[in-house]
Structure formats: C-alpha cells, structure tokens
Design a protein around this ligand. Structure first.
Ligand code: PLP
Length: 395
C-alpha cells in the first residue's frame, strides 16, 4: 500500500485519486473524516464562461468536424497574434504561433523541436513538476537552478552561470511562477535574456499565468527583443487558455516562436496529434473575441483568496511569501526544530484532517519544507484548509 501512496504523492496530479482512496478506507474502517478540502491542484473553481461553451455547441451543430491544419486554423492564429500584442506587449504574425494541446502540449512540442539526448536544460527549482517529466521524455538532462525563498523566489544569475557546461542548450523560465507566485521584474527578465544570449541558449518562457497578475507587471522576454531578434529563433513563449478563461479541461494553448522554429514545432504537433479539435479552437476564438470581464472577475477572486490566505497565515505566525501572480501560495511547514517535512506533512494532513495540499518536494529540492495550496479553490475551502494547515503545523 505504501508503494501506491508513494507513487501518488510523487505525482501531485494524482493526489486527488489518493484522497478518494483515503476516504474509501476511512469509510470501510467506520472512521469519520471531516469534509474534504482539496487545495492540491491548479484548477479554477469557476465554470468556463457561457459564451465560450455556446461557441463549442454551435460548432458541433453547424460545422463539418473534419481534420484541420496542424498549426491551428488561421482565424485562431490571427486572434492569438492580436492577443499577444494586447496582453503580452509584443507583436507577432500568425505564422509565429501554433495552437497546441494546452500549455503542456506547447512545452512538449517546443522541447521536442529543440533539444535531445546529450543536451542539458536549465530548469527552475522549484517548478511545475511536468517540466522534469517532459525533459525525461525527450531524453535530456535536467539541471535545476534555485529560486531563492529569501529573495522573493527569484533566480540568481551568478548561480546560473556556474551551472552552464558545453552541453547546456536551453533555459526554462516561468513568470508568473508556479508554485511560487513570483513575478520576475524587468531587470531579472533582461538579465536572463542576456544570459541566454551569452551562452547561445534557447529560452523557453512559460507565460501560462500572464493574465493572472495581482500587482506588478508581466514582462515577457519577447518585449525586450526586436522583430529580427525574435526571428533568430532563441525565444519560445508558452501560453494557455486553461488558467485565464477557466478552460483546463478543453486542452488548448499555443506556442510563439520564430517562423522557422514554428514550422518545426508544427511538424512535431502533426506527428503527435495531427491537429486540435475545431470545437475547441472555436471555443478558444470565442474566448479571445468575447467580453474580457470574466478574466478580470476571476483574477479579482484569486486576489481576494490570496489576501485571505496570507492574512490567516500571518495571524497564525507562519512565514509566507505573498504571491504576486498565478494562483498558488507556498507555505513553510518546517517543524519546531527546523526539520524538513513537507511530504510527510501533506500525507498526515490528508489522513487526519482530509485536507489535500501539494507537497513541496514534488516541485524541487528548494521547496521540500513547503506545501503548496491552490487559490483556485473556493473561499470556504481556502479558509478551512489554511486554518487546518496552521493548527497541524503547530502541533
Ligand atoms: N505551465 C505551468 C507553469 C503550469 O502550472 C501549467 C498548468 O498547471 C501549465 C504550464 C500547463 O497548463 P495547461 O496544459 O492546462 O495549459
């Protein structure tokens, strides 16, 4: 049984399944558990807005549901180019973008198109666990670089320099960041871009939370590039509809790169899945052409939940970095003697209090003494979950 638990805990996305198992066992043993609180996964508590759902229904009713172009339909690529200018502040042509199976698919296609066995890739620690899985899948060596909790979870370029070898090919960055909620300021983004130039590296910039900013500004490295530099092929931007529009289950995102690299990425997409369903692409188009109030309303809710979580944590005397974007908070659950216990803490918390959080070790070594909560959950869940975490941590 421990083996199954270990496996589940190693993959935070499976923690929900594990939680169900804990409940089943408690029922079978006649034990009663408190009502569940699920804070482990980055899932918005909102339904996909109605006009987006309607666009999908209309497509099913009225359109031939055939194969489509591997890079996505031209009408959607045009809307994406306009969104990049409106939200991310740089200009591209439709040929600089391809529609993918979520941000996950964009990342996987970008990695497959650029790196392979023998290469080393610099990856943040902590980071979204799928990075490490994807790097394993494409056969490269992941070289984690630390984000420092003492300096607002930002990277230190001097430490990055020390990790470069003749095999280093690519630098991955993520701002706003999962699991930290940190937003890289302009000078850090600029320093990272210079670093990539100096060592002739690809730069994958995961900007999946570009519209979930509570304070400060989102700076894409692409805003610091000229049009011709963008075409030199170093920069790759990763985006998704999942988070801004509460569309996690639709599986649609996009990649931005030079025209030449977009062609290679498109070949990878073609080999992987031919194309994304037109039903989903029409829904994505409706998200971009429809009212944008929904994005702001959801962001305002995440900000309120962030404020609630941070207030409760501070009242309980727990150190917490105030996340400035995305929808997560990392909570330090070090014991009284400073022991690192994020993983065991998460396991015990689920067993005894029926509160699921993501253990920090799933994101990297630096975050081992932390657990991550998602602010995508409801206010009630956050309130009860944070109180339980604090009481549990103080035992
Ligand atoms: N990048 C980061 C940092 C994420 O946290 C996620 C999802 O949680 C993604 C990319 C991909 O999301 P999706 O595949 O749903 O677009």
């Amino acid at each position: 049984k421990q083996h199954i638990y270990d496996q589940a805990m190693n993959d935070i996305t499976m923690l929900g399944t594990y939680a169900e198992q804990v409940e089943r066992e408690a029922r079978a043993e006649g034990r009663s558990l408190p009502p569940p609180v699920r804070l482990q996964i980055g899932e918005p508590s909102f339904r996909t807005p109605e006009h987006i759902r309607q666009a999908a229904l209309q497509t099913i009713a009225n359109e031939p549901l055939t194969y489509g172009p591997p890079a996505g339909w031209p009408w959607l690529r045009e809307l994406i180019a306009a969104k990049i200018a409106r939200v991310d502040g740089y200009s591209i042509d439709p040929e600089n973008t391809a529609v993918t199976l979520g941000g996950t698919g964009a990342l996987m296609a970008a990695l497959s198109a650029t790196v392979g066995p023998g290469d080393e890739v610099l990856m943040p620690d902590p980071c979204w666990p799928i990075y490490a899985m994807q790097l394993t899948a494409v056969g490269v060596t992941a070289v984690p670089y630390p984000l420092d909790p003492q300096s607002e979870w930002l990277p230190d370029i001097a430490r990055l320099e020390k990790l470069v070898t003749p095999r280093t090919r690519l630098l991955m960055i993520n701002t706003p960041g999962n699991p930290t909620g940190a937003i890289f300021p302009r000078e850090i983004v600029s320093a990272l871009l210079d670093f990539a130039r100096r060592h002739d590296l690809y730069l994958i910039s995961d900007e999946c939370y570009d519209e979930i900013i509570f304070e400060g500004e989102h700076v894409s490295p692409a805003t610091l590039l000229t049009r011709s530099e963008l075409e030199d092929g170093r920069f790759i931007g990763i985006y998704t509809f999942s988070k801004s529009y509460a569309m996690t289950g639709w599986r649609v995102g996009y990649v931005v790169a030079s025209k030449a690299l977009t062609k290679t990425i498109t070949d990878v997409l073609c080999a992987n899945h031919s194309n994304i369903s037109i039903i989903v692409q029409r829904a994505a188009a409706a998200a971009l052409t429809g009212p944008q109030d929904c994005v702001k309303e959801m962001r305002d809710s995440y900000r309120q939940r962030r404020d609630l979580a941070v207030r409760l944590l501070k009242e309980a005397g727990r150190y917490v970095y105030t996340p400035h974007g995305a929808f997560y908070a990392l909570i330090d659950v070090r014991g009284k003697r400073g022991e690192k216990r994020g993983r065991q803490f998460a396991l015990d918390l689920l067993h005894e209090r029926n509160v699921a959080v993501a253990p920090g070790n799933g994101f990297g070594k630096v975050s081992e003494e932390y657990v991550r909560i998602s602010l995508g959950a409801s206010d009630e869940e956050i309130e009860r979950g944070v109180r339980e975490i604090c009481q549990f941590a103080d035992r």
